[in-house]
Design a binder for this molecule. Sequence first.
Ligand SMILES: [Ca+2]
Length: 335
Amino acid sequence: MSIFFNKTLLLMACVLCACCSCSRTPQPVSVIFDTDMGPDYDDVGALTILHALADSGEVKILATVASNRYVHAVPCIELLNTYFGRPDIPLGAPLAGPDINDLPRFPSGYWADTLPVKYPHKIKRTADAPDAVQVYRQILSGQPDTSVTIITVGFFTNLAALLQSPPDRFSELDGTALVRKKVRRLVSMAGSFPQGREFNVFIDSTASITVFNQWPVPILLSGFQIGEAMLTGLRLTAADVQGNPVKEAFRLGLKVDVNGRYSWDQTAVLVGVRGTQKYFGTVKGRMTVLPNGNNTWQDDPDGPHEHLVWKMPKEQLTRIIEDLMMYQPKLRINK
Ligand SMILES: [Ca+2]
């Protein structure tokens, strides 16, 4: 009798729990987005997906910062935020580090000079934006503990500077302690697996080494080979919409990349907000960045890093990503 009673209680408790989980509305993921917006335009696709998922209530965008000093990096971020109805998202830029103007120009990179001429934004030059480290410290200090996801789809310049930042008026914690306290995880498009040489890692290899040696919370990586396998942009540019900076960036870029553009950065936003389970498997271990900017990988079930491996068919995943890239804002502030 008592066994029956206990089983009945257990069953009732399970039913109640199931009901609770059914009715619970998932909390949006709080995200700081860090991009090398400039020569490549998968960053445009990635920021578009972030706004689409913000409109569906899946993400709260806390800040959008640039990781390079290219003059139009922040203007391009801001005009996209404005297009998607969020012109007041905090912006930031690095005080030092790579300037894309110092690098060989991408043949498809002219979109980033074209868009700021045509689309509304307030900050005219990246150098006019607030210091990204200050933005990180101010935003993180005001958030609940272990609540923030940082998504980087560019260089590790800002994150290395954040780790090395001293206590200030925003927080009595140094940068490493502040990240340990406030950040749930870092999700990055970075690295080549099992080893190789990847742009986001080698451009500022000193910063990459600092981050991969010292970052105090888990890191999830979408490696070069993932985004390289998914071409997007052709459906987007064929869409019958006008005055869309996302379509325009891809239209200009695809003049060079005629078969579509690799979807590197979009993958980081997708899993940074929605998690991996539906889309990818992961392997745990440790990524090591060498002084020359190359990286290696060591499998380790207890390691601090993990990288994506295939699960959903690539064609299906490509379609999901491009559908999100074709998202149109619900509310247009600027006509
Ligand atoms: Ca990028």
